[in-house]
Design a protein around this ligand. Structure first.
Ligand code: PLP
Length: 418
């Protein structure tokens, strides 16, 4: 943008068309150079100091202070254990949203439950009338996903479940530290599952809380922690993200070395338990959270995590209002946003263009569970085609967020869907 202003005074008598083309070329070149210096990772990186020096003990926030907690390597394992402990293996019906990641659905199915999908609209909310009639039709449990930190109408849903004797399970994989009117998400349901590593720079980690009738076997479940290599590999990656986010060029080189080391380990068939990937393997459901993740959990000021995420969300909202297609949702009080969703015409193209500029945008849930896809609504299909998630985590600086806004606004690929 500054280039346009500087050039304007000095421009020779070139035709306006030629000048516009020249400006566009120059702007593109500058953006490419600038992107070499800027890297905006999807997830918060890990400050290496924290591995060696635990910070002062922080006041824990729900769910980290919930009385009945069970930890695991990833959230899908806890979902699997929960539904197994609830004895859903006899084909009990569980209501699940048609807009989902896929791993949570696979874990519930692997536990033996029969799934029924309910619709999610473009505002990311269910149709309460449909939920009510499904609850009345003999379902045993209802799973609610709070998308990207946005609370569902959870009081109404909880009342509906109580009225019909249906268990309420909150999937808070994407909504750690989010609240609805002053009360934390995950405290409304009978049970709630959180993914810790999506909000905090942990190598892995997930948490299940039980709020009402406590299932003893689940409360006492102690899963053996994962092996050293699984922790070391992911921790190294997070530390490299932290370095690259600040010093892109050396960080990039270190990343290349880390990838080469990973390839060597794979060639030697050294197995590491994956984190964040797609799929559910019951053989991995017995893996627990490491001591390192537990220790790191005490290191952050969680209110500050929420404050910074909200600040970045507001920054993008201000820059995008009226210029970028957004979901019909606002930043609600107490919400801890996981990402900033935008609607783009061609998600793959937009993501590639942003990656080329150092911005690790996430193609949010391109593909759901095959059974839901077959019977899914057009609303879920629209969200899968067009929602692109921009990072706004606590480790970003305002200048990284500003850089991201500039890139999105300048890219043709980020235009709104028709
Ligand atoms: C809504 C939702 N629930 C559950 C999960 C499972 O989380 P994890 O990767 O920790 O198993 C994910 C992500 O995979 C998710 O997006």
């Amino acid at each position: 943008m500054q280039i346009e202003a500087a050039d304007a005074g000095r421009a020779p008598a070139a035709s306006p068309k030629l000048r516009l083309a020249g400006d566009a070329l120059l702007r593109d070149a500058v953006q490419r150079v600038a992107s070499r210096g800027m890297y905006v990772p999807s997830w918060p990186g890990l400050n290496p100091r924290l591995l060696f020096r635990a910070g002062p003990a922080r006041e824990p926030l729900f769910p980290l202070n919930a009385p009945h907690r069970t930890y695991a390597y990833v959230a899908r394992s806890l979902i699997y254990h929960l539904f197994r402990t609830l004895s859903m293996g006899n084909g009990s019906t569980v209501l699940v949203p048609d807009y989902h990641h896929g791993n949570e659905i696979r874990a519930i199915r692997a536990a033996g439950a029969t799934l029924r999908f309910y619709r999610i609209g473009r505002d990311l909310e269910p149709d309460l009338e449909q939920l009510e009639s499904l609850c009345r039709s003999g379902a045993r449990a209802l799973v609610v996903i709070h998308y990207l930190g946005w609370p569902q109408p959870i009081r109404e849903i909880a009342a509906l479940c109580r009225k019909n004797g249906v268990l309420l399970i909150e999937d808070c994989a994407l909504s750690l530290f989010s609240e609805s009117r002053g009360r934390p998400l995950g405290s409304f349901g009978d049970h709630a599952v959180f993914c810790l590593y999506k909000t905090l720079p942990l190598p892995h980690g997930a948490l299940l809380v039980q709020n009402r009738e406590v299932l003893q076997p689940l409360d006492e479940l102690q899963l053996p922690p994962c092996g050293f290599l699984s922790v070391a590999a992911r921790s190294a990656e997070l530390m490299l993200e932290w370095t690259r986010s600040r010093w892109n060029a050396p960080g990039k080189g270190l990343f290349a070395m880390k990838r080469a080391a990973g390839r060597l380990l794979s060639a030697a068939r050294v197995r590491r338990v994956p984190v964040g990937g797609a799929g559910f393997d019951a053989a991995d459901a017995g893996v627990g959270m490491s001591g390192i993740s537990r220790r790191l959990l005490g290191c952050w000021d969680y209110r500050n995590v929420r404050r910074r995420r909200r600040r970045h969300f507001r920054l993008l909202l201000k820059r995008f209002s009226g210029r970028v297609a957004l979901l019909p949702r606002s930043l609600e009080p107490g919400m801890c946003p996981l990402g900033f969703p935008i609607l783009v015409r061609d998600k793959g193209q937009a993501a590639r263009a942003l990656w080329a500029r150092g911005i690790q945008a996430i193609e949010f849930w391109n593909l759901g569970d095959a059974e839901a896809e077959a019977s899914g609504s057009s609303e879920a299909a629209f969200l899968r085609r067009h929602v692109l998630e921009l990072p706004i985590h606590q480790e970003l600086s305002p200048s990284q967020v500003e850089y991201m806004a500039e890139q999105v606004l300048s890219l043709d690929a980020c235009r709104a869907p028709e």
